[in-house]
Design a protein around this ligand. Structure first.
Ligand code: 13P
Length: 262
């Protein structure tokens, strides 16, 4: 079990029309009670964020309490405003109620050619907007099988966090998502994940000092399901999960969160 407050986030990716998004958001918020020891985040498609935020607030209000579920974006541009057709700024995400933003997801690195330098610019922009970036890193199958996992992940962490001071690194969440485990049903073993999480924490220590590194939460992502969450949560450096497919089902997502709630 990790010493840090766990954080379990649902990355809905490009799934769900408006009606389904409203229901899912409300269901997650209503079921979130009884888990005061874990931070919960949902990251809907950008067009649904406003309504999802309203649904979460309304659901919490029916129980006379504040929302427990925070909202995150799945991506943001690296400028606050301007002529960037089709893009959304971190300030816009914050304005519609987001506290988090996923940056450098492997799907964006692969499909949209996002380099570490691009991710680094976005991390800086998100921090400037007051958001908590969830910075994703992870190796491909070919990289793992050729023994390059540590070098690849370390390179992504160094590149994505280049130039950040300890105070900024302290504000991040890191997500280790091995590309070969995303959407494949092939989850990393707890030992494989723990080894990379420990590597990342060591690297954060060299960048920001051991005290800062000890406080940064590192999520695992890649085929996390209710039936494998507990063994991942038992690892000392796994501080939560970034959940794709299983986050589209409220009971399943909450079961994963419960595994991390201890
Ligand atoms: P899956 O949980 O569907 O494997 O997706 C993981 C992921 O990419 C979360 O960002």
């Amino acid at each position: 079990m990790s010493a840090r407050r766990p954080i379990v986030a649902g990355n809905w990716k490009m799934n769900g029309l408006r009606a389904a998004a409203r229901v899912l958001a409300a269901d997650v918020e209503l079921a979130s009670g009884g888990m005061p020891t874990v931070d919960l985040v949902i990251c809907p498609p950008a067009v649904h964020i406003t309504e999802v935020e309203e649904q979460v607030r309304a659901a919490a209000a029916t129980e006379g309490r504040a929302p427990r579920v925070a909202i995150g974006g799945q991506n943001a541009w690296d400028k606050p405003t301007g002529a960037f057709t089709g893009e959304v700024s971190p300030q816009m995400l914050a304005d519609v109620g987001c506290r988090y933003v996923i940056l450098g997801h492997s799907e964006r690195r692969t499909l949209c050619s996002e380099t570490d330098a691009v991710v680094n610019a976005k991390v800086n922009a998100a921090l400037a907007a007051g958001l908590t970036p969830i910075v994703c890193v992870g190796e491909t199958l070919a990289e793992r099988e050729s023994g390059r996992t540590d070098d690849v992940v370390a390179g992504q962490v160094r590149g994505s966090l280049a130039g950040l001071g300890a105070a900024e690194i302290a504000r991040l969440v890191i997500a280790y998502e091995p590309v070969w485990a995303i959407g494949t049903g092939r989850v990393a073993t707890p030992a494989q994940a723990q080894a990379v999480h420990a590597l990342i924490r060591g690297l954060l220590g060299s960048l920001a000092g051991a005290d800062t590194a000890a406080g940064v939460r590192i999520q695992y992502g890649g085929s996390v399901k209710p039936d494998n969450a507990a063994e991942l949560a038992a690892q000392p450096d796994i501080d939560g999960a970034l959940v794709g497919g299983a986050s589209l089902d409220a009971p399943g997502f909450l079961a994963i969160a419960r595994a991390f709630a201890g």
